[in-house]
Design a protein around this ligand. Sequence first.
Ligand code: HEM
Length: 439
Amino acid sequence: MQQYGSMIVVRVFNRPIVLVAKPQLIESILTDGQSQGRFTRSPSFYNAYKDVFGVHIGNQVGEAWKWRRQAATPAFRSSQFTQKFDLIREGCQQVINQLQSAAQTGKAVQVDSLFVDLTMNIIASFLLGVTFERTKNFTGEPPFEPQRLYAALAVLEKHVLLQATGRSRWFKFLPTSEGREYQQAQDYLRQNLKPRVAMALQVARTDEAESPSVSPSFRDSMLVKFAKNPQHDQDSLIAETQALIFAGHDTTAHTMSFAVGELGLNPRVFQTAQQVVDEAWEKEGSLNLSTLKHLSYIEAVVKETLRLHPVAAGIPLISTQETELDGIKIPANVGVEPFFWAAGRDPDMYPNPEEFYPERWLQSESDQQPLPLLFGFSRGSHFCLGAPLALLEATVMLSLLLHHFNWELVNGQDSLLDVNQYLTVFPRDRMPIRVVSRP
Ligand code: HEM
């Protein structure tokens, strides 16, 4: 590891990667740098991602990315999610019910696992039309098994990482236990998603009179919306679906877990957040769509969590030409990674960076200062499409938790410091907490 000005260079399998930590520099790389073509997605990472997950919006550039992004964007407008606010609240309420049983026995609960189930249910409902009651969407619909889907996606994530860091692409086809695990995961995903995609294509591309019989939630699903785009075919839709299930659950679940952790360690923020929630309930009587306007502090808690614990730690890029970063010459074809973990701790952009201080994301009307940059969802043209959904889910979940419980972390600060990473970063102990019901 070597330091050059504000950047450090690490070697991954003898390939140098420049880790960039300065917020303004990251901003210019992700916005102008990418749009002007001075930086592009790192082939070692994105080829592995493509090889394992198939071609989808998250691993493409140029025209191949553009039409996918355009095809997906209408289904990701905030209004699409607020319209289905009740569904999100219902999912979060199920987590509360589980925690209420734990509160009665005093047993510790790993909230990260509950959040993974929750976010999987929510993305499956938006994307595939799967309902919480599991009513059949169409004849021949495969069962929706969140745990198996999660396990299969985790295997794929692991292989992206292994391949991106130097392991040959054919390693996963060897008749070893790892190779078998990989094939089983791929087979399971394909068998589970193929009938859904085939039905979405039929629904999207036949006249109403001849349209197959499916449930309203499936007809209204993102998958059917995507299938209306003539550039999509069966394979591209399977890849897109896999990628969206992956992008849409882990990220949000682990962010919620880190937020629960930070709240558990910061009594001042906890009390302020709980007071905000209590006042919102008092004004609106319950948590509904109009309660949201009183909950910007809770959304700020989520943003502050993303600053200190960005579950996507950085974006692996590469320089396409010789270029200069912060006065240092970078040759062409060098890995350049905007590194969000470090950027979030920059004292110029975020004063007292070690303090968990959600107030930095709130602006009063008289305030002239611009808000700091939020990198957790990335920046520039590839900015996370699911950010409005993730913020909404996390705000609703945290508000309900604060309304119903006080809690403490079983492992204290270790839960936040001892992290693991596949494609996303998560607390190794899955954030065990002990909840106490509020009177
Ligand atoms: C807290 C939760 C989330 C975090 C931290 C997060 C973070 C990110 C990041 C860092 C990127 C990469 C952007 C880039 O390549 O520059 C991304 C892309 C993306 N995310 Fe998210 N994400 C979250 C939730 C979601 C959800 C809930 C969905 C969908 C339901 C989603 C869908 C996507 C998609 C489709 C892309 C690809 C965008 C593109 O390349 O054009 N994300 N996200």
